[in-house]
Design a protein around this ligand. Structure first.
Ligand SMILES: [Fe+2]
Ligand SMILES: [Fe+2]
Length: 264
């Protein structure tokens, strides 16, 4: 079983990159299941229903999210079916959608969990460590369990990886949009990576147009951020390969490449 996880997908170039990468690799590389963090897929902030459907059509099977997910009001609209997506489990309980999901991929149970960090992330209402205990204990049989930990602080991310080592299949960090060079298998077999990175404009500040982002950062004054619509695309993620009978991780491959984008 091969599972591909994409870091934060940012704006139209990010969506285009995911679509092109999957057209080239999903079948050719025998990828069974694709997860993408979609919190920035719509103009860099949030995920509209239209773009959620676009990601699914491109070959993404499941969408995780984070602090920006609800910047787009579609997620609050009950007429839209966002059932192949989750939001951080430890958001306020009044938020729509679930924080964890159990799906069947080729008759193998795969759980996807989304948690948000406590450090510098004001949306965390409960402790992600204890929440993960609850989620793990809800499974009666061994499942492949992929955790998207949407968090800012590197130490908090590593601590959750160590806390979950041997109890989940992978703890993959998202949110910083910068891929870390620390992918590894922890002592008890769990895959860990501080941040998977982002999919979007290569020549950008975290996926946003550089100039507005710089103006805001240098002057500390508000500036309208926008996303580039032309240029090279950065593709960031990781492919995890599991043994179908033991459900143990047997291999991983970090994705960090660029491709030419078409103006969109
Ligand atoms: Fe993000
Ligand atoms: Fe985020």
């Amino acid at each position: 079983m091969k599972i591909l996880f994409f870091g934060d997908v940012v704006g139209p170039l990010g969506r285009q990159g995911v679509k092109k990468y999957l057209a080239l690799h999903k079948k050719a590389d025998d990828i069974d299941f694709v997860i993408a963090n979609g919190e920035n897929a719509t103009h860099g902030h949030g995920l509209s229903y239209k773009h959620y459907l676009e990601l699914l059509k491109s070959g993404v099977d499941f969408v995780t999210s984070g602090n920006h997910f609800f910047n787009n009001k579609d997620a609050f609209n009950p007429k839209y079916d966002f059932s192949k997506s989750i939001r951080p489990y430890n958001f306020d309980s009044s938020c729509p959608l679930n924080g964890t999901a159990l799906v069947s991929v080729n008759d193998i149970k795969v759980r996807i969990t989304n948690l948000i960090g406590k450090v510098y992330m004001t949306q965390a209402q409960t402790n992600p460590f204890y929440d993960l205990d609850k989620i793990i204990s809800s499974d009666e049989e061994k499942v492949i369990h992929i955790v998207d930990f949407h968090a800012e602080a590197t130490a908090e991310k590593r601590c959750l990886g160590e806390y979950a080592d041997g109890r989940v299949s992978a703890v993959i960090g998202t949110h910083t949009h910068v891929q870390t060079n620390d992918a590894k298998i922890l002592n008890k077999g769990t895959f860990f990576m501080t941040d998977a990175g982002m999919n979007g404009a290569y020549d950008s500040v975290l996926g946003d147009i550089k100039e507005a982002s710089m103006r805001r950062t240098i002057s500390s004054l508000p500036a309208m951020l926008d996303v580039p619509r032309v240029g090279k695309i950065l593709i960031n993620g990781v492919i995890l390969e599991f043994d179908n009978s033991t459900k143990k991780l047997i291999n991983y491959q970090v994705i960090n490449e660029t491709m030419e984008g078409e103006s969109c």
